[in-house]
Design a protein around this ligand. Sequence first.
Ligand SMILES: Cc1cc2nc3c(=O)[nH]c(=O)nc-3n(C[C@H](O)[C@H](O)[C@H](O)COP(=O)(O)OP(=O)(O)OC[C@H]3O[C@@H](n4cnc5c(N)ncnc54)[C@H](O)[C@@H]3O)c2cc1C
Length: 312
Amino acid sequence: MPETPSSRYDVIILGVGPAGLQAAIHAARKKARVLLSGRATASNLYRAHIENYAFVQGVKAGEELLATGRDQALGFGAEILEEDVIKTEQTPEGEFLVTTESGRVFHGITILFATGVKRQGLGLARERELLGHGVSYCVDCDANFYRGATVVVTGDGSAAVHGALTLSKIASSVSLVSKDLDVGPALREELDTSKVVLHQGRTIARILGAERVEGVMLDDGTELHADGLFIERGAKGAVELASFLGVALDPENFTHILTDRSGATNIPGIYAAGDICGPPYQMAKAVGEGCVAGLSASTYALRRKRERTPAP
Ligand SMILES: Cc1cc2nc3c(=O)[nH]c(=O)nc-3n(C[C@H](O)[C@H](O)[C@H](O)COP(=O)(O)OP(=O)(O)OC[C@H]3O[C@@H](n4cnc5c(N)ncnc54)[C@H](O)[C@@H]3O)c2cc1C
């Protein structure tokens, strides 16, 4: 597809969650030409209710916060395209071409990945419907809603054990359901000496309750009463588009993009921010990283433009 001048940007940001929006605000305010692509409804914040973000009183709907961020980004001159990017390429000059779902191609001096992560669910009936009604994928986010309650945590790794231990200080009773627990000896000892009840070798077969979680049934038929079910099975970033460009990922699981403190990856001109850079998966971290990466990407792009403009 031939390029038109309107398809050239200084910074192309993949993702319109808190990281992408904050990056756009900071980049656009530096007078960089910014394109954001992605869908607000696909942001992890969209269905969240936030009460741990400084300066925002009470519990605020994520959908509302995203709408405010979008208006701010547009107000500072960023453009938004509600489409996913399906292909990324590097030009011989070390700049970038991104192709979106509708087949449009955009040229960016820099690109910034703010594509978030997908939590690994259990794939059980009504699991997604009950998200926010007793089902949670994030102990750090939702533990406080379960003060004095009975909760079940499921997962096999350290995230699940840390989650269960955190909840054991808040909830009245915590069960950990694990098919194949795989944690180091120190964490295992901490678990064994805590009040967490371990159901080892078991999986969750059903979530009980109609309007909200009332319990779970295990694969051996055991029913556990619970006000909340925390699914802590890890998360995976949408890293394929980045790894295709040679961007370095975390060497342990290859699920997150590695950046330095400026939000830069190992490939000049490629930046990343937010959940895609790893835990904690929190809005405050996404916003902070978005600010830094947005400033870095726009500085790089504007400098590159100045350098190639012939002197008068
Ligand atoms: C139920 C729930 C409750 C939560 N509660 C809290 C809480 O209380 N406090 C807190 O701080 N955090 C909470 N979080 C976490 C918080 O929502 C995330 O940390 C935050 O949204 C991460 O921001 P992000 O911009 O990195 O990614 P996201 O907000 O997930 O945004 C990712 C964006 O990338 C886009 N995208 C993906 N692939 C592509 C592609 N190929 N091309 C273009 N765009 C793409 C998506 O469309 C989306 O716009 C909660 C999350 C959930 C799910």
